[in-house]
Design a protein around this ligand. Structure first.
Ligand code: ATP
Length: 355
């Protein structure tokens, strides 16, 4: 068989976006290219597009049609961050086309793995590398984000946001969470507020029904307020969490803090046909342009992308490279008390990933 016959080319749409987005994406691409050299069967063709608040200021559209088409056509999307606090829609909300992408491409499963790579990097000092290791599955397309596009008049005396829980939307994300738990340690925790909200009683009922399809997975059910407590008190007791959109949004940041902050938290917005991989953090305008952003969340998001594309060997090499570099507590960016620049940390991880 000739080489060209067994090499598959994957097309990736790259959206650097705003703030630190381009800085961390450059390191993610660097690591992807380093891994590619050692992979026999995979090549990556990257197409880059300008999107986000900066693009909105330039052209009036934060997600130009060519970029959106590429997201639909290509095998996967790698995104930096979109949105800037001072650039807003006339209604006052931030420019965040990543939320539109989730809805339009039906990326219902927001998968956010949380893993501690070194004991020094957690504020919970008794835990060591690997002891905090769980994943949040956040419903990405409805919940309390459902009414985000509504506007209200200047004279409004009250504004009500609706929390939508549909059977179809819940079934698909809960099944995805059960599958994730089956791949991991087999424990799935439902986080809801079913002691107060009827929509959450409905969500829990659907969870209970679907649990019967996965007898190999142990389940537990806790309220979101208790979940916040347990995540700090005993994070090692979690394997996979499934929850509503806004709860997932909030708990993801709390969980990121347990393992070193936003710079350590990768994510994938995954549907049945498309997927977008991006760090869990935003554009971090407070540190943008200074070369100090931690690129690890983006690099780990590249690993998630490779896994989703079926290139498990590449994903494993990236994770191993992060483990190797983080084993030395001096090799850190300033968010974790170190002195390395974004590029220097990216170089170290890329070298380790190249083997
Ligand atoms: P969004 O709502 O768009 O997710 P946010 O308002 O939650 O964004 P972030 O942009 O994620 O805010 O930033 C939150 C804090 O974390 C800021 O202080 C920022 O500097 C820090 N931060 C975020 N990402 C990184 C990173 N990659 N490296 C270092 N610090 C980061």
């Amino acid at each position: 068989m000739r080489l060209s016959e067994r090499v598959k080319t994957y097309r990736i749409t790259v959206l650097p976006g705003d703030g630190i987005g381009p800085e961390v994406i450059a390191e993610g691409v660097k690591v992807l290219r380093a891994v590619e050299q050692g992979l026999d069967g995979a090549r990556f063709e990257l197409r880059e597009f300008s999107v986000g608040a900066g693009e909105y200021l330039r052209s009036g559209n934060p997600m130009p049609p060519a970029a959106f088409e590429a997201c639909k056509q290509d095998d996967a999307v790698l995104l930096g961050a979109m949105g800037l606090p001072d650039v807003r829609w006339p209604g006052g909300t931030e420019i965040a086309p990543q939320l539109d992408l989730r809805e339009q491409l039906e990326l219902y499963c927001g998968l956010r793995p949380i893993r501690l790579y070194h004991a020094n990097d957690t504020p919970l000092k008794k835990y060591g590398a690997g002891e905090i290791d769980f994943a949040i599955v956040r419903e990405n397309t409805e919940g309390l984000f459902w009414s985000r596009k509504r506007s209200f008049s200047a004279e409004a005396a009250e504004v009500i946001d609706s929390l939508r829980i549909s059977r179809e939307g819940s079934e698909r994300v809960i099944r995805a969470a059960f599958r994730e738990a089956s791949r991991r340690r087999g424990l799935l925790t439902l986080v809801d507020k079913s002691n107060v909200l009827p929509s959450m009683v409905f969500f829990r009922r659907i969870f209970d029904e679907i649990a019967e399809e996965f007898p190999g997975v142990c389940t537990r059910r806790i309220y979101v307020d208790a979940a916040s407590l347990y995540l700090v008190e005993r994070p090692q007791s979690f394997d996979v969490i499934v929850t509503e959109n806004l709860f997932g949004d909030i708990l993801s940041d709390l969980a990121a803090a347990l393992v070193g902050g936003m710079g350590m938290a990768p994510s994938g917005d995954i549907g049945d046909r498309h997927a977008v991989f991006q760090p869990s953090h935003g554009s971090a305008p407070d540190i943008a342009g200074r070369g100090i952003a931690n690129p690890t969340a983006t690099i780990l998001s590249v690993a998630m992308m490779l896994e989703w594309l079926g290139i498990a060997e590449g994903a494993a090499r990236i994770r191993k490279a992060v483990e190797t570099v983080f084993a030395d507590p001096h090799l850190r960016t300033p968010d974790l008390g170190g002195a390395l620049s974004t590029t220097e940390l990216g170089d170290r991880i890329a070298r380790a990933a190249a083997g």
